[in-house]
Design a protein around this ligand. Structure first.
Ligand code: PNS
Length: 163
């Protein structure tokens, strides 16, 4: 049986923290689908299409991954792509608190799906998309947070916005 997992998130933008989870999770399954949430209540810096393209670019060397955007409920997306596993990364206790509630709620409505959690690499536990956006807005150094390609796309986006 083919083992397919979904790694869902906002990825606004994708960070080295996400990439670490993607690399590790992709080795555990036959196929890893990176699900980009498009109906977030937050106002994103990047459109869903931009986020999908950025993720594709920095994951092109990881063969068994696919990047797809979704809206609606995560459990429905997982069904739609034929997956049964949801992967999430955990940085700190605060992540566990949030994640465990959703994992329990999702499992109640989809007993055939399960969530697995990978603990973030210690040297990346401070990395978040919101920190990247905040730092970039004030010209902070984001080179420890995102790959060079993503850094250039962020800078281009913010420069265009300021004009
Ligand atoms: O990267 P994020 O913003 O922490 O990802 C959150 C995400 C996308 C996993 C979560 O918001 C989600 O799954 N949203 C889809 C709607 C849904 O199913 N919500 C309940 C489960 S979290």
């Amino acid at each position: 049986m083919m083992r397919t997992a979904v790694y869902p998130g906002s990825f606004d933008p994708i960070t080295y923290g996400h990439l670490d989870i993607i690399e590790r999770a992709s080795k555990m399954v036959d196929k890893l689908i990176i699900g980009v949430l498009s109906n977030s209540s937050k106002t994103p810096l990047f459109s869903p299409e931009e986020r999908v393209n950025m993720i594709r670019k920095v994951t092109e060397n990881i063969p068994n991954t696919e990047v797809v955007s979704f809206d609606g409920l995560l459990v429905d997306f997982v069904d739609a792509v034929g997956a049964t596993i949801v992967v999430r990364g955990l940085r700190a206790e605060s992540d566990f608190e949030y994640e465990s509630h959703w994992a329990q709620a999702n499992r109640l409505i989809r007993p055939n799906q399960d969530s697995i959690f990978l603990v973030t690499r210690a040297d990346l536990s401070f990395v978040s998309s919101s920190a990247v956006r905040e730092l970039a807005r004030y010209n902070g150094d984001i080179s420890l947070y995102v790959p060079p390609y993503i850094e250039s796309v962020i800078k281009e986006k913010l420069n265009r916005r300021d004009k």
